[in-house]
Write a protein that binds this ligand. Structure first.
Ligand code: SF4
Length: 79
């Protein structure tokens, strides 16, 4: 089972740029500016939904770390 953010980032980002992107993404909390996109294109296909994801299920919980990485990529215009 893999988080859908992992699959998405793996396919969208060259391996050599990944550590730099992770470093930047970890420095700031999520803004949720691309929440609709991420929920529709990533959370909806995430394997973790089988057992439930508190964030995607609308419970009072933060999203996974991959969510912030994808959000950062959108903010930077990388994807
Ligand atoms: S927030 Fe939850 S459903 Fe969305 S990608 Fe992360 S683990 Fe998967």
């Amino acid at each position: 089972m893999l988080c859908q953010t992992y699959k998405f980032v793996r396919d969208a980002v060259p391996v050599g740029k990944l550590s730099e992107i992770l470093e930047h993404a970890q420095k700031t909390p999520p803004s949720f500016a691309f929440d609709a996109f991420i929920k529709a294109h990533i959370c909806a296909a995430c394997s973790f939904r089988v057992d439930g994801c508190d964030y995607a299920d609308g419970l009072n919980s933060p999203p996974c770390g991959g969510y912030r990485v994808v959000e950062f990529l959108k903010e930077q215009g990388i994807i």
